[in-house]
Design a protein around this ligand. Structure first.
Ligand code: GLA
Length: 353
């Protein structure tokens, strides 16, 4: 297991971002830059041992800085949407940047995906990894409290990419961290993902309004197009005549994960690409997963190796607390107070079938 480092490019304020390459004994390779904590590539074998990069992204830092729909990035301080870009905590109202009219999305104008993290390689007996740290200052992007965030990426001997998050604060705040990798198990840029077969370990999902803010209802998936409790092609019901599917222009919703005990690391999703046989299993401690089917990709984004990323050329499985939790007291809390530690673990496990 090895980790190496090369320069990746300059940020607009003249700092150097690095690119770390993690490899394990099976030839699986993961590349991560400390700009935005972005996973820039994940190279895994298919059932015949043919390696492909299954993560969408760019060849160089400049493209990430110019325009990226959060490819591979760490998302914070609050992943997903906060209604109207505001919330009240302990009687005080906080205003956020509205970057997804009329809501605030994925941390605001300059979220954790656009900052330079401090990076430190770590090596263990069965893992090779990268530790990233970032201090988000009090009132940065409108969020209260100095937040010390730490994220570890680990590549294991059995082709798991583990992500561990921790954060502490000196004032009450809200936190919801995730990773926004875009996957295509046939290889990034090699067609849409509608034939990928997916299982979501979720009996309920969160219906949304037309700005994609949850209504507060936890709706059973049974009998709706949102039922992925058994393996189902992603494209099967994506054009269903259903208000919720239309609001998302396809899948762009949070599914509530079946979890015997809150905070337990359990299976959230299993996705198989039938031709290559590549399989991705996701485990998380989080209560929900935002499953997004790349509905905003339109071919104008040209990615690694000059390949255009067209409509629904990828899927994202973002482990997180429910969207808009700071405004919805009935949802599991995203409030972090001084003295507490925010923790989340998500594992993406690659294999073949
Ligand atoms: C999340 C959101 C989507 C979209 C993507 C990024 O998945 O829910 O609506 O913003 O991020 O484009």
């Amino acid at each position: 297991m090895t980790i190496t480092k090369t320069a990746f490019g300059q940020t607009p304020d003249g700092q150097t971002a690095d690119l770390y390459t993690l490899t394990n004994g099976n030839g699986m390779k993961v590349q991560i830059t400390n700009y935005g904590g972005i996973i820039t590539s994940i190279v895994v074998p298919d059932k015949n041992g043919k390696f492909e990069d299954v993560a969408l992204g760019y060849d160089n830092l400049a493209d990430y800085i110019k325009n990226s729909p959060y490819f591979g990035a760490l998302i914070g301080r609050y992943g997903n949407r906060i209604a109207g870009g505001k919330f009240t905590l302990d009687g005080k109202e906080y205003k956020l940047f509205i970057n997804n009219d009329p809501n605030s999305l994925h941390g605001g104008k300059k979220g954790f995906d656009k900052v330079l993290w401090k990076a430190e390689p770590v090596e263990g007996a069965d893992v090779v990894g990268l530790k990233l740290t970032y201090l988000s200052k009090d009132m940065e992007e409108g969020y209260p409290g100095n937040l010390n965030a730490t994220v570890w990426y680990f590549l294991t001997r059995d082709n798991e990419l583990q992500i561990k998050y921790e954060a502490t604060t000196d004032k009450p705040t809200v936190v919801n961290l995730t990773n926004h990798s875009y996957f295509n198990l046939a290889g990034a840029g090699n067609g849409d993902v509608l034939d990928h077969v997916m299982m979501l370990n979720a009996d309920r999902f969160l219906p949304v309004d037309k700005t994609l803010i949850p209504t507060g209802e936890l709706r059973p998936v049974k009998g709706t197009p949102f039922d992925f409790t058994t393996p189902t092609p992603i494209g099967k019901n994506i054009k269903a005549d259903d208000e919720q599917v239309k609001f998302g222009n396809g899948w762009d919703h949070a599914w509530v994960l079946n979890k015997p005990k809150a905070g337990e690391l359990t299976l959230a999703a299993r996705v198989v690409e039938p031709t290559s046989g590549r399989m991705l299993e996701m485990y998380t401690t989080e209560p929900a997963v935002q499953f997004y089917s790349g509905n905003f990709l339109d071919g104008t984004t040209v990615g690694k190796g000059g390949k255009p990323y067209k409509f629904r050329y990828a899927f994202c499985l973002e482990a997180e607390h429910y969207p808009d939790s700071p405004n919805q007291p009935k949802f599991p809390s995203t409030v972090l107070r001084p003295g507490e530690t925010y923790r989340q673990t998500t594992v993406y496990k690659f294999s073949t079938k």
